[in-house]
Structures are given as C-alpha cells and as structure tokens.
Write a protein that binds this ligand. Sequence first.
Ligand code: FAD
Length: 470
Amino acid sequence: MVVGDFAEELETVVVGSGPGGYVAAIRAAQLGQKVTIIEKYKIGGVCLNVGCIPSKALINASHQYQTSLDSKLLGIHTKETTINFEETQEWKDNKVVSTLTKGVEMLLKKNKVEIIKGEAHFIDGQTLRVMYDDETGQTYNFKHAIIATGSRPIEIKGFKFDKRVIDSTGALNLKQIPKKLTVVGGGYIGMELAGVYANFGTEVTILEGTKQVLPGFEKDMVKLVENDFKSKNVNIVTEAMAKSVKQTDKKATVTYEVNGKEETIDSDFVLVSVGRRPNTDDLGLELAGIKTNDKGLIEVDEQGRTNKKNVFAIGDVVPGAALAHKASYEAKVAAEAINGSKGAAVDYLSMPAVCFTEPELATVGYTKKEAKELGYDVKDSKFPLGGNGRALSLNKTEGFVRLITEKESDTLLGAQVAGVGASDIIAELGLAIENGLTAEDITLTIHSHPSLGESVMDAAELALGMPIHI
Ligand SMILES: Cc1cc2nc3c(=O)[nH]c(=O)nc-3n(C[C@H](O)[C@H](O)[C@H](O)COP(=O)(O)OP(=O)(O)OC[C@H]3O[C@@H](n4cnc5c(N)ncnc54)[C@H](O)[C@@H]3O)c2cc1C
C-alpha cells in the first residue's frame, strides 16, 4: 500500500472483462456477491473487441462477397459486385462490436457490478493497486479475486509488429484489402483471417512450420479447407520456417526456409499468428505468491482456485484451449466456488472447438484415435453432407458429420463436423455427450426437415446400421 493512501474494501474483484471476466462478475453478482470488475482497456476483452466477434463479422462479409460473385449458378446475375472495405469496417466496428460491448457494459451495471477503468496489479495476496489513465491510483483490499486478464499475440524473433508486420488485431483493422498477404502460422486464427482476405480476392500465402495447418483437427477435415483455399489460389507452404522480414514503406519481404532451401516472398502485409501468451507477466503475481508454470499460465484446481485459496484464475491465463466459451464456462464454476459450492468443478469433455473456415470445422469429445488410446472399443460413422437435402439446397455439400460411439453401448463419445453450419450443429452433439446419450437416443429425436441437423440423425442411424439416406 502506498503511504498516505487509504485502501478501499472489496468483496469479490474480477480483473479483466473478457468472456471470462464479465461472465464471472455477472454470475458472482447473481449469486449475491458484491462484485467489482477492473478493466484497463475496453469492456468485452479480446473476444468482443479484437477477437471472436470482429473476425466473424469480417468472415461473414467476405462470404457474402464470394456468394455474390458465385451466384450465377443459382440464376442470379448481378451487373458487378464491388466492395467498399471502409464501409465493411465501419459496419463491423459500429454495428457489431460496439453493440455487443455496450450490451455487456449494460448487463454488468444491471447486475450491480461496479466497473473500475484502470490497470490492476497485485501488491500481496489480499491487495490490488489500480492505476488510472491520469496516473493516479487507488489501493483495494479484497476478499476474493478472479484473474481473467487473458492473452496477447506472441511476437517472434525478427518479426517485430510494425506497419507491415501485423498481429491479428492489425489484420482485423486494415483500411484496405491488401493485394498480397503472407500469414505466418496456420492455426485457427491465421487460417480464419487468411480465409477472409482470400474471399476478398487477396493473394494469400500461408507459411506453417509443422506438417499440417490446423493441427487441432483431423486430416480429412483439414483437407476440405485446403481444397477450398486451393480454389481461391491460397498457397499453403508447410514445414516452412519464417526466418526474417524486411520492411519498406510499401511492402514486406519474408525469408523462410523450406526443404533446406531459403525462399523469399513479398507482400503488402505479414500477419504473424503463431499463438498467444498469457497476460500474467506484469500482474505482480509474485508479490501475491501466485504460481505460474513455465509458459506463464496460472495452475489452478478443478474449481479454478490458484495456490492462494482466495484467488481464482480463468480463461486464457490458465492451461487448456484459449477459447472464449472455455473462459465463460470456467467463470461460472469459479463464481460458484467462491460462493461456497463444493460440487462446482470443470469437466471439459463436452467442450467444442470450432474453426470458422470454409467449410467450418467443429469437434467435441474424443476423436476415434483419442477414444481408442483411452481403451474404448469404438466405431466411427461418417455421414456426408451430400446426402442432406438442406445442404444441397444451400449449394454447400462439402463435408460430413462423424460420430464416435462405443461399440457395445452405442454411447456417443465424440463427434466431428465439417461443413456449412458446423459451428451450430456441434452444439447438439455436445449436449448428447454431456448427457451420456446413445446413437439410438439421437435417432429417436425427431429432427426438422429439411435441416442440417438431420445429418446428425442420419449419422446416428448409420452407427446403428440402419441408415436411410446412405
Ligand atoms: C482474432 C481472434 C479470433 C478469435 N476467435 C475465437 C472464436 O471464434 N471462438 C473462441 O472461442 N475464441 C476465439 N478467440 C479466442 C478468445 O478471444 C479468447 O480465448 C478469449 O477472449 C479469452 O477470454 P479471457 O476472458 O480469458 O480474456 P480476454 O478476452 O483476453 O480479456 C482479458 C481482459 O483483461 C484486461 N486486462 C489485462 N490485464 C489487465 C490488468 N492488469 N488490469 C485490468 N485489466 C486487464 C484486458 O484489457 C482484456 O480486456 C479468438 C481470438 C482472436 C485473437
């Protein structure tokens, strides 16, 4: 505590207002706690401001652009499809992002969560110091704290973020559609943003260090995305190590090594998307005695509790997938735990992961390989979207629904969906896994016709050996 400064007393304080922090704050308030949330930048965190939401807005705009270019097949002829990217960006910022962030701020206020705009640092295990923009500060003692400070893009050696070398935030906020874009890193963020600009007509090259882009997804799913990228002239170079970049006012030249040979590529911008680093290094965690692992992630128990009993951590600062819905899920568990619930604990089996490429990829539960490694005797049933009337009428038949079921009981253990609407279809499969449903339970559920969801029922019928549509 600073000399001459009187500390204010807080009950539950949440640091960071992303999908982890704001959800934790609202749930803790609903449970009757007096809650304060501290945010140094903008309410909504990465997800709402520079992550999930703006990226999906641009993905949607780029799909609409592509669809309009391809509409001749459906008998729709437009004279000329043009794009005013400034207007696209304005729509994304003013109609999508700010509507949501304002909405979240309103929800916090409605739930009587006190919002403090400032940067928080621990002084010890019960005290935070908050610095405001005007360089004044205030000390707060707290009973419980939830750390939800999220993550930031990793900067690799030789690729300092600058005018032409940009991170995902830079790629989301370009003023013009680049003619050429090089993407270093073929994870889901890089692939989604590569897809946006490829749809808008940019010549895109992806440099991926490992053997496969989107390493979190199975090969037959990734192949579909690769095929789509090929049709849009996206060049994917795997096992390519980006070594250095030279920037001028007009372009950036990347030198990379592939097959033991050095190559160079020129582009307007280089997007570096090689992963994210937790925001734990500047928080004063050592002063609070809170331990982090060698990656800077805060180790927590199944309730989100750190090694300090009264301090919890959620979202991108703790181990596991860096995904918004994981952060929000952990947020609710931590709020319950602070409220004294002994039963609240995380269980990630029915947590989906989605990549919003073309086609969308989604997975939940175990893959066949994972289930086998765990000793399950399983089978997989793969229903192609080509057999689904709704997919055909949408002119989007690429992809499939695959169920992983236990052979004897037909219990659903996992599912993978590649195709249009995969991000929504996966929700039904998560629900089925969470509730221990069998393939028969799914077939006994009447699915509306024609719908993409019917492909889940068809895959379940396939699992039972009684398929109608294949
Ligand atoms: C381009 C992109 C696309 C993405 N798309 C998806 C997607 O489609 N689906 C998905 O599930 N996930 C997606 N993600 C990941 C998702 O955004 C993160 O997993 C999620 O935002 C993590 O939530 P969080 O609450 O842990 O932290 P964040 O959202 O990172 O929020 C942390 C907040 O803490 C604040 N903060 C940090 N330090 C302090 C401090 N000392 N004092 C006060 N405040 C502080 C920050 O300003 C920030 O607002 C995407 C990410 C990116 C970059």
